[in-house]
Ligand binder design. Structure first.
Ligand SMILES: [Zn+2]
Length: 68
């Protein structure tokens, strides 16, 4: 599988990444955007912390939704 290198233009700002986070945790993001988000997260501890909160939130949310 190909894994093309991201260019400078593909770098996201913290604000953009934070907008994408919910889509990342719900798996609603296309592959390229998800990769861009993860590249940013790898180099940004502040966003990783926010991401961890989103993951917790999503787990809680889906846990609730899936109780049938
Ligand atoms: Zn960031």
């Amino acid at each position: 599988m190909e894994n093309p290198r991201l260019t400078e233009d593909d770098r996201l700002s913290c604000e953009q990444v934070r907008d994408l986070m919910f889509l990342v945790v719900t798996n609603d993001l296309d592959e390229k955007s998800a990769e861009q988000a993860f590249v940013h997260l790898a180099g940004c501890p502040a966003c990783r912390q926010v991401m961890a909160e989103h993951v917790k939130l999503a787990a809680a949310l889906f846990g609730t939704l899936r109780k049938e």
